[in-house]
Design a protein around this ligand. Structure first.
Ligand SMILES: [Zn+2]
Length: 105
């Protein structure tokens, strides 16, 4: 079963142009992600660090500051299938609830 990709997360896996330059939408998206994640209580509770969802750290290794996470994401991109920001307070539940509401209409 593959997860539904919200169109608002479309930018996440479009990181580089054919010339291997960063796509502006990706940079804006990463900034938005970092802003969202660092605004959470969890970030403050953990001494201003968060799990890094980049391809290398995969939300598992070191906790990093928002600046470090932004740099990692631009360097490595997001880990696969991270359309739902599970390590940063979002649940699959909220997305399936959304889908349910749409199908009820
Ligand atoms: Zn990382």
């Amino acid at each position: 079963m593959s997860s539904v990709i919200p169109s608002s997360r479309d930018w996440m896996y479009k990181r580089l142009t054919q010339n291997r330059a960063l796509i502006p939408e990706f940079i804006v998206g990463v900034m938005g992600f970092v802003e969202y994640a660092s605004g959470r209580d969890e970030y403050r509770r953990n001494n201003n660090t968060m799990r890094c969802p980049c391809e290398k750290c995969k939300c598992k290794k070191l906790w990093k500051s928002s600046e470090e996470v932004a740099i990692d994401l631009m360097e490595y991109g997001f880990m696969p299938d991270y359309y739902v920001w599970r390590c940063h307070g979002e649940g699959d539940v909220s997305i399936s609830t959304m889908t349910l509401r749409i199908s009820e209409v």
